[in-house]
Ligand binder design. Structure first.
Ligand code: AMP
Ligand code: GLY
Length: 422
């Protein structure tokens, strides 16, 4: 079968890596890809917001299934567009993509279906928003309604900060929407929980925990993710039953009842408070860098899974995972998440020996004259698995030390909550 992966991050490299292991794979293209995907797939440069151009490539390359990595094209309706042209796409349609594309949509769906989530209000008007802040006090969480590339959420500890951020959102700081969602602050432990969904069923697709803050000890500004590990020890069978019964199943039923059954990966960002799960956010795609650790642990053929999912036959499958602990540490360009260094050469990558327990997934890289250069803020994902998390982390840190990149930095403490508790 012929597959096209859309995107250029570590998540897409990890998906390509896993697909490449399938004996049924004939052709793999990645649009636009990076220096890592180039080694295992054919990279085709194209602007992924240009749906017509994507369709021309997909037709010309005789692609059987398209996997859309990032959220933006899904929120903009890429799945609807390709489905209309009779192309099999893995990922939700535009309506269902609102679960991530509009926080107001997601919160209202929770309210209507009694899905546990933080108390909230949605506002278009500053006076109403400020009386909500006045009434609820701080800390309070201020969120832009629409997509904001990970920059739309702030946990505010003072009223002044909450009012300032609210005003900025209402005045259109984020182009996707100028509604604001104000939320009660939930204190607990975060957990990323994944399912894969077709029109008939949903299957567990792994658990992970990521570290969003740039600094060690989870300090400093938010990022797209500085590292992740899987499985998440927080997830017990009892908790998993609650997540499925109270959050996932009612969401999927609600989407079906609205006439837009959800299809694709669904990533629930949860807060676990006194053993009870609360939904913080939905993502309508795989996590990045969570995908990298999940792909290393997945035993079942990913091609088979995606083939079944796009035929609504997931219920024929049993998805299996290895029992190892896997970690990924993100190597970033200095300056990230603010202005960061670009086009900096990364040397000695070939010093890292890769095998089933050690991989480097590229995120923001490109190749020129046989040299590798950085192009993004999050640049490489140094990923290792082992029988326990501390060994996995040590392997990953040892691999990083073999790379020579003067303009890079990373966190040495990914997984610290679990490792320190041992
Ligand atoms: P989101 O983009 O919605 O995942 O939010 C980014 C981060 O903000 C989350 O990973 C949490 O750490 C934090 N956060 C969001 N909403 C809440 C909430 N209601 N209570 C506490 N923390 C939150
Ligand atoms: N790692 C967080 C995300 O993919 O949204």
């Amino acid at each position: 079968m012929n597959f096209a992966v859309i995107g250029s991050g570590g998540r897409e490299h990890a998906i390509c890596y896993k697909l490449k292991q399938s004996s049924k794979l004939e052709k793999l293209i990645c649009i636009p890809g990076n220096a890592g995907t180039q080694k295992i797939a054919e990279n085709i440069k194209e602007d992924i917001s240009n749906f017509d151009a994507l369709y021309q490539i997909i037709k010309r390359q005789n692609i059987d299934i398209v996997i859309v990595g990032p959220e933006q094209p899904l929120v903009d309706g890429l799945a609807d567009y390709l489905n209309k042209k009779k192309i099999r796409v893995f990922g939700p349609d535009k309506f269902a993509a609102q679960l991530e594309g509009s926080k107001a949509f997601m919160k209202n769906l929770c309210k209507k279906n009694n899905i546990p989530t933080a108390n909230f209000g949605v506002f278009n008007n500053f006076d109403e928003a400020s009386s909500f802040i006045e009434k609820n006090g701080v800390p309070i969480v201020v969120k832009a309604d629409g997509l904001a590339a990970g920059k739309g959420v702030s946990v505010c500890v003072s009223k002044e900060e909450a009012l300032k951020n609210t005003k900025e959102i209402l005045e259109g700081k984020f182009k996707s929407s100028n509604q604001v969602v104000l939320e009660e602050f939930l204190k607990g432990e975060e957990l990323s929980y994944f399912v894969i969904v077709d029109e008939n069923s949903s299957l567990f697709f792994g658990s992970a925990q990521d570290h969003k803050r740039v600094g060690e000890g989870d300090t400093g500004p938010n990022t797209g993710g500085m590292g992740a590990y899987s499985p998440a020890p927080l997830l017990t069978n009892q908790l998993e039953n609650k997540i499925k019964k109270k959050i996932i199943d009612p969401t999927l039923k609600a989407m079906k009842d609205l006439g837009y059954p959800y299809k694709g990966f669904l990533y629930a960002g949860l807060m676990i408070k006194k053993g009870e799960p609360y939904l913080i956010e939905y993502n309508i795609r795989m996590g990045d860098p969570e995908c990298q650790v999940l792909m290393m642990r997945l035993k079942t053929d990913l091609l088979e899974i995606l083939d079944c999912a796009t035929k609504n036959k997931l219920n024929n499958l049993k998805i299996e995972w290895n029992n190892k602990s896997c970690i990924t540490i993100v190597l970033c360009a200095k300056g990230y998440p603010s202005n960061y260094i670009k086009d900096s050469e990364i040397k000695n990558l070939f010093n890292v020996l890769t095998d089933e327990n050690n991989q480097i997934f590229h995120a923001g890289t490109y190749e020129k004259n046989n040299k590798t250069y950085s192009s993004g803020g999050r640049v490489l994902n140094i990923t290792s698995s082992s029988k326990n998390l501390i060994e996995a982390r040590n392997k990953s840190l040892a691999n990083i030390s073999k790379i020579n990149w003067v303009d890079g930095f990373f966190r040495r403490d990914i997984g610290w909550r679990v490792i320190n508790n041992k």
